[in-house]
Design a protein around this ligand. Structure first.
Ligand code: PMT
Length: 408
């Protein structure tokens, strides 16, 4: 939702990655943003204004001396574009344009608009490795970072020359994710630190086998995205995931419940919120075999299990009030007596809120893209949500977290 109705100014400069900027413009429009495109003269050698006009349904700007019409008024185009923007993205940004932006040169529309634009600046560099690594370019990057610009990429990969190296423009989806993160910085969770757990833990039986569950991590990743979009600094502690982790989220990858427990406690200091969406194994094999278990002639294999630490319960009890995160939210994955079991978990784990998840529902819960949940608060308040995409469930949970923090 964060891009809905936002005015994004997209600067495109002259590099082969300019064709990918068309995909970025399309993705931004699909996410609900109004996209105004500025092409530099060099960019028009790679892509045409018509490409972007077709995708954005808006005029494309190329001329620093041009006037634009806003309602009844005629305005200087670069002033009008700069004033209206919520975010200025330059993708791809060449070494030449990085230098121009760092020095504040206004000899074309992109440079002049950047100088007049108070909106945050997001830059996606693309160039040959030697140009990127050159001290002059790195100095310009430092200057721009110090001034508050955010960089996404460049990535390692195949470059226009055919060589492999650092200099590929970040993928459009990664730029879009970073745009969301930058736009969210002043959101309701600004300056809050949020730790989220995700995925199903793996409990080793022997060197090749594990006990696990069907969690894909989609719910936890969506929560991390929603908290990031609300302005939080997010740390996602995750067991293996079936989905990638988007930009702007710090990650700690773990495998077992014990590793997840240790990772959570290693980052708990100064944490405002903990959300436990992971499906943490309650038990692990008591003695993981050192060598692969052979089936031999045995018809039966008994495995002794021992309890894993309960991460959420321990966090809630963490040196009691003093160092406990101010808000602790759990999930309850239930196959029967949803409300009763969820309420009991909220009480025994001393949670502020629990997301009750009936995982018997078709198209919901483990592995699905959607989820049907009930939000239960410790004061008895309940909110039953319809089947929604996990991203929307995450936004509702994060909105509740924001409200709870506001009251503390
Ligand atoms: O990952 P997806 O495929 O997107 O699926 C999402 C989900 C179904 C996994 C998610 O919505 C969900 O319900 N997560 C919690 C699953 C779970 O293990 O629930 P539980 O009722 O067993 O645990 C209750 C709470 O205690 C959970 O917040 C859990 O993270 C936490 N817990 C459990 C055991 C343990 N040893 N330590 C814990 O912290």
């Amino acid at each position: 939702m964060i891009l809905q109705g936002k005015r994004i100014l997209l600067g495109v400069t002259g590099g082969i990655a300019a064709y990918k900027a068309a995909d970025l413009a399309s993705k931004l429009v699909q996410a609900g943003a109004q996209v105004d495109v500025i092409l530099t003269a060099a960019a028009t050698a790679f892509v045409t204004p018509l490409t972007f006009e077709s995708l954005t349904h808006r005029a494309v700007h190329t001329d620093v001396l041009a006037m634009a019409t806003v309602g009844e008024k005629r305005e200087i185009a670069h002033i009008m574009l700069a004033k209206a923007a919520d975010l200025f993205v330059v993708a791809p940004v060449t070494a030449q344009t990085l230098a121009k932006l760092a020095l504040g040169l206004a000899d074309d529309l992109l440079g002049a608009t950047a100088l007049s634009c108070p909106a945050p600046l997001l830059l996606a560099p693309a160039m040959e490795s030697h140009m990127w690594e050159h001290p002059a370019t790195q100095e310009h990057v430092r200057i721009l970072r110090d001034r508050g610009a955010t960089f996404v990429g460049p990535a390692m990969g195949r470059l226009a020359s055919g060589a492999l190296g650092v200099g590929r423009m970040a993928e459009p989806l990664d730029i879009l994710e970073m745009a969301r993160a930058v736009l969210g910085r002043s959101g309701p969770l600004a300056r809050r630190r949020v730790v989220i757990t995700a995925g199903g833990t793996l409990e080793p039986l022997d060197p090749v086998r594990v006990l696990t569950n069907r969690s894909s991590g989609k719910m936890g990743v969506a929560l991390a995205q929603a908290a990031r979009d609300a302005g939080a600094a997010v740390i996602l502690v995750h067991a293996p995931l079936a989905v990638p982790v988007p930009q702007g989220i710090e990650v700690i990858a773990v495998r077992s419940a014990v590793e997840m427990h240790d990772a959570v406690f290693s980052v708990l200091g100064n944490t405002d919120v903990l959300i436990g969406a992971a499906a943490v194994a309650d038990f692990r094999p008591a003695d993981a075999a050192v060598q692969k278990i052979k089936k031999g002639e045995t018809q039966e294999l008994l495995v002794r299990l021992v309890r894993n630490p309960d991460i959420l319960a321990e966090v809630s009890a963490y040196r009691q009030e003093r160092d406990r995160p101010r808000v602790v939210v759990g999930f309850a994955a239930e196959t029967e007596d949803l409300l009763k079991n969820a309420q009991a978990k909220m009480a025994t784990k001393h949670l502020d809120m629990i997301v009750a998840n009936d995982v018997t529902q078709v198209g919901s819960g483990f592995g699905a893209d959607d989820n049907r949940v009930i939000l239960l608060h410790k004061d008895g308040k309940q909110e039953m949500l319809p089947l929604l995409p996990k991203m929307e469930v995450a936004e509702r949970v994060v909105a509740q977290v924001g409200e709870m923090l506001g009251k503390i």
